[in-house]
Write a protein that binds this ligand. Sequence first.
Ligand SMILES: [Zn+2]
Length: 449
Amino acid sequence: MFKKLIHSKRAVIIGIIFALLISFFWYQKAVEAYDVVIDGKVVAQVKDGEEFWDAVAEYQDSVGKELGHSVKNLSNIELQKTRLNSKLLETDFKKLAKNANLAIEGYRLLIDGKQLCAVYDKSELEKLLEEYKNGFVKGIDENASVKSIGFKQKTEIKKGLVEIADLVDSKRAGELLDEKEQEAAVVEVKEGENAWTIAQNHDISIVALEKMNPQVVMEKLFPGDKLVVSPFKSRLDVIINLENSVVESIPFKTETIKDNQMYSNQKKVTKPGIPGEKKVTYDIVLENGLQVSMNTAKTEIIKDPVNRVVRIGAKTTVSRGGSRNYGVVSGKRVSSNFGWRTHPISGKKSFHDGVDIAASHGTGVYAYSAGTVSFAGWNGGYGKVVYIDHGNGLQTRYAHMSAISVRVGQRVSAGKKIGAVGSTGNSTGAHLHFEVLKYGSLKNPFNYI
Ligand SMILES: [Zn+2]
C-alpha cells in the first residue's frame, strides 16, 4: 500500500517536471527572437531568421531583375539571438529587406569633383555631354569655324559602385545637366524704353546688354521685345573658341582742294569716293553661347578705297580747330561706317544708318549747311538729337549729343554750332552719329561731308 503510494507520488513528480519542461521550452520559444542588425544598428526584430534571409535574397534578386544587372549588397546584415521585444517585432520581411543598401557597378559624373549624377551606362553619359556641348554651337554663323569646344569645369566619369537610390536613367541625367543654378532674368521692352534706359535700370552697361542679347539689334527695339538682363548660371559651362572672317568696308578718304573762287559753304565733288573692302578674321571666345572676347587676328585688304576729291571754297572758312575736321564735328576717327555690317558671331546682317565719328565729350557739333531745325530734343535710341532740314528733301541728323543749343523752327547757317558731342541714348562712348536723308531715304554721309 505504502509502496504503491510511493510509486504514484513519483509519477506525479515526473509528470510535474515534464510539464514544467514543456512549458519552459514553450516559454523559451515564445520569448526567443533575432535582432536585425544592419550596419551595426538594430532596425527591428524577427522571429524567423530563415524566412528573413529568404526575403533579403528575394529583394536583391527582384531589384537586379528590374535593372537587368546584378546588384551588390553594400550593407552588413546580421541576425543576433535575443529576447523578444514585441515593440521591435516586424513581420513584413519585404519592408525590412529594403533597408539593405543595394548598389550596382556604374559610372558617376563629377563636375569639379562634385557628383552631378550616376548612371549604369558610360556611353550614355558621354553622349549626353557631347549633346550638351553641341547645343551651344547652334546660332553661330555657319561660315565660322569652331576650333575647340570644351568645358570650363573639370569633368570626370568615374567607374564604381553606385547606390540604387542614386542611380538615374539617361533622361533624368540630361535634365540634371540642363538644370540651371540660376535662370536668366528676362525683361520685356515697354513703351518709351530703349536699350540705354533698360541698361541703366538694371545697372549694367550697354556693352554687357549687347553681349547677353547677340541676336538683338539694340537700335531697333520695340515694345514687347524681350531682353536678357542677367545671364543664367549653369552647372557646367561650355567654352567655344571660334574663328570667323567677315568682309567689312573701308571708308574712302576725302582730298580737299581749296578753291579761292568759292565760298566756304560751297563745295563741289570732282571725283566720287569708292569704299574699299577688307577681310577681317576674328578670334572669338564664347561661354555658354555668349561672347566673352573678340580679337582681330588678321586683316587682309581686298580692295583699296578710292579717295574722293572735293573742291572747297576758301573765301572765309569756318574754323573749328582740332584733329580731323569732318565739317559737322572735329573727330578722332570713324568708329563705325554707314551700311551693312555682318555680326561676326551670328552672321546676321544689320544696317547702320549713319556714320559714327568718335570725338571728345563736349566737342562742338555744327550744322552741315544752312537750314531749319525740325527736331531738337530726346528721341529714343538717338538720345539728344537735332534734325535739320536743308531744303530739296535733304535732312541731316546729329545724335547722342550731350547738349543741344538750338530749338525747333530756328534757322541756322552752315557751320552754326547746334550742340556738343555726348553719349546719350544707345551709345557706348562719346561720338557723333551723323545721318543724311534725301527725301526720307538714308544716304551715305561720306558722300556729303
Ligand atoms: Zn551710329
